[in-house]
Design a protein around this ligand. Structure first.
Ligand code: GDP
Length: 286
């Protein structure tokens, strides 16, 4: 479910996160590895107010590993540890606990020095809708508990999930809104499925995807769709449309008269991208 974000919803979402922050030690900020900045809330630093934070680059199974490595460095340069994961398959999920503990180690040490038995570190997962928060909570819990669905207006009683004996995780994530005012950000969010395509035209999203693919993953797209020659000037929309037509023809998206059905071709391109069928593709670079 996609939330229609109005200023009132944003205020409410923010207030709900601020309530949760009072209970926790460390924030786990979940981003989409394919579009880390575009899947990031524009006010996140302000909202999280200096809480120790671990960045997780989720859906890394769909992202370009080389670009993800650049993003890890990008965040490290800003003093934010970042870990690529794939919550759906559980890849690298086991590395989250040691990373969270590292961020809280100074507190544990100071408690030990005072002779206090350190308690489990308390963590909260935050992120925009569809980034994989519920999937990750379920992985960490080792069972299906988190309700999928984004209802920033609904408050449930807070429950703690034990992740081993050393971490307690809030069972409901903090839901943040994306930076959708920027048109390019909107394109990336729509292309990856973070926002509903009804909000944008399908062909516009597909044009964006094809242009990006030709510019950054030319050989892959050429091979997959058996395109003879890729155009050089992808700033020329007619050239981009020609590539889309070639893809449509290859996939049999033809209407009567032998013309390519561009709507159908658009849908095919977006579906194949999201399913990872075009390979591991990142749509944003640091
Ligand atoms: P939430 O709205 O942030 O709680 O997101 P969900 O946990 O409901 O996940 C949204 C969609 O992304 C679901 O279809 C998940 O199966 C999918 N998903 C979550 N994590 C991953 C991942 O690491 N890789 C892939 N390929 N899909 C994922």
């Amino acid at each position: 479910m996609t939330i229609q974000w109005f200023p009132g919803h944003m205020t409410k979402a923010r207030r709900q996160i601020e309530e949760k922050l009072k209970l926790i030690d460390v924030v786990i900020e979940l981003l989409d590895a394919r579009i880390p900045l575009s899947s990031r809330n524009p006010m996140v630093d302000e909202i999280l107010k200096g809480k120790p934070r671990l960045v997780l680059l989720n859906k890394n199974d769909l992202a370009d590993p080389q670009v993800t490595a650049e993003w890890v460095k990008y965040f490290a340069d800003q003093g934010l540890p970042a870990l690529p994961i794939d919550a759906a398959n559980g890849t690298h999920v086991k590395e989250i606990l040691p990373r969270v503990k590292q961020l809280w180690a100074h507190k544990i040490e100071s408690q030990l020095r005072k002779g206090i038995n350190p308690r489990a570190v308390r963590a909260l997962i935050v992120g925009i809708p569809n980034v994989g928060k519920s999937t990750l909570i379920n992985q960490l819990a080792g069972k299906k508990i988190a309700a999928t669905g984004d209802k920033p207006g609904v408050t449930k009683g807070q429950q703690w999930i034990k992740v081993g004996t050393e971490m307690d995780l809030l069972d409901t994530p903090g839901i943040l809104w994306p930076k959708f005012e920027d048109q390019m950000v909107g394109m990336r969010l729509a292309a990856t499925g973070a926002i509903k395509e009804e909000l944008l035209h399908l062909d516009e999203i597909a044009l964006f995807v094809v242009k990006y693919m030709v510019q950054h993953y030319g050989a892959g797209i050429q091979e997959r769709f058996a395109i003879q020659e890729l155009p050089e000037d992808m700033e020329n929309i007619h050239e981009v449309i020609k590539v889309m037509e070639a893809i449509g023809r290859k996939r049999g998206a033809i209407v009567s008269g032998g013309k390519v059905d561009l709507d159908k071709a658009s849908l095919i391109i977006i579906r194949e991208l999201r399913a990872g069928k075009m390979g591991r593709i990142s749509l944003e670079k640091p």
